[in-house]
Design a protein around this ligand. Sequence first.
Ligand code: SF4
Ligand code: SF4
Ligand code: SF4
Length: 323
Amino acid sequence: MRKKTVDVRALKASGFIRQTENEYFVCRLRVPGGNIVTEKMVQAAELAKKYGRGYCHFTFQQSIEIPYVKLDDMDALKAELDGLGLRMANCGPRVRAITACQGCKVNPYGRVDAPGLAAAADEKYFGLDTPAKFKIAYSGCNIGCPNPQENDLGFHGMVEPELAPELCNGCTLCVQLCKSRGGESLVMNKETNLPERDDKRCTYCGECIYCCPTNAWVVKRIGHAVYVGGKHGRFPRWANRVADFVSDEETFELIEKCVAWYNQNSKRGERFGTAIDRLGLKKFKQEVLGDKYTAAKEWDVHGDRPKGVHYRVLHSWDPEDDE
Ligand code: SF4
Ligand code: SF4
Ligand code: SF4
């Protein structure tokens, strides 16, 4: 019997990934931002029963996978997915499905619409070819649940507070909260009985704004912090924070600029962070950011804490690891 020839790379690009057992493939579904309507979730489960072994796997990249699909069933499964409007994700050297947390619509800490932005960015940039995998994450706040510092390009929401002193009753709640969250940016001025903010120590979490019972703290600026070159894997690299307070639209602009720079400056298999290390962060900043965006506050090298605060430093070297 003649053996069927399979182009595994092409299948990876379309979302079918070979399993350990050569005759089976995982079908990876695209769920940008991690939100999927229940109807589609049920349909995916039904397809897992029909074409797989009756279970789905949720990946760390927020995709739903149907394992144990036979090579001969792929076309039929793909046709059913298309008919239901369920889209395939991908694998290999390209922009992956864009991830996000629940953001400000659901989570009290959220400052920006992380899943909405991830879905919009995914429509524009999913599947663009890059020298190696390229992961993008949107985080609603600086707690960073979707790990923006461990993605090739990551964003997290940030807010700069401003005090309307006439509204403050001196309750000290914001000062206590800021301290308990590790910001330690606020102190009460004993003479004025008003909180004072040290911008150098402020993490822009915005909690003072949301805890104040009299709405004395207001939003002065809101936007996203930008991280480049992060990755996990065998040789993790903590991302460089390169800009602060970029707008929603500017996050899209930066995705385009980073992908273009990466394609122009890297060879196949080299991760984005490795290219930045090889060519220098300074060159990257000059060529991609110029003087258009607000520079990131000066932080520890590879860290995201104000200077002097200990944080982890990870390896920045990696071999080619395009899985
Ligand atoms: S990153 Fe912030 S907004 Fe997003 S889930 Fe975590 S705490 Fe909530
Ligand atoms: S929580 Fe509001 S009212 Fe209380 S000290 Fe802070 S700013 Fe003033
Ligand atoms: S934004 Fe966060 S860190 Fe800054 S003053 Fe308010 S609570 Fe403190």
